[in-house]
Design a protein around this ligand. Structure first.
Ligand SMILES: [Zn+2]
Length: 65
């Protein structure tokens, strides 16, 4: 997995392949190529999930510009 092939959802910060047109997490279709950091959420009941405000296991950008 290369970060260069990923873009971040502007709404929920989910990282997806650049070919994808719609966010699989929140359904948004606005993405940014300018993002920093990555967290992989494995457990939807973890403290990390609460900190992110996300519920679905996925990979997320920490900072989306
Ligand atoms: Zn999203």
């Amino acid at each position: 997995m290369s970060a260069r092939t990923l873009k971040a959802c502007r709404s929920c910060k989910a990282l997806v392949d650049k070919e994808i047109q719609q966010c699989p997490i929140c359904g948004n279709n606005s993405f940014s190529d300018e993002w920093e950091g990555m967290v992989i959420l494995l457990n939807e009941k973890s403290e990390l999930a609460e900190a992110l405000g996300e519920s679905k296991p996925w990979k997320y950008a920490i900072n989306v510009k």
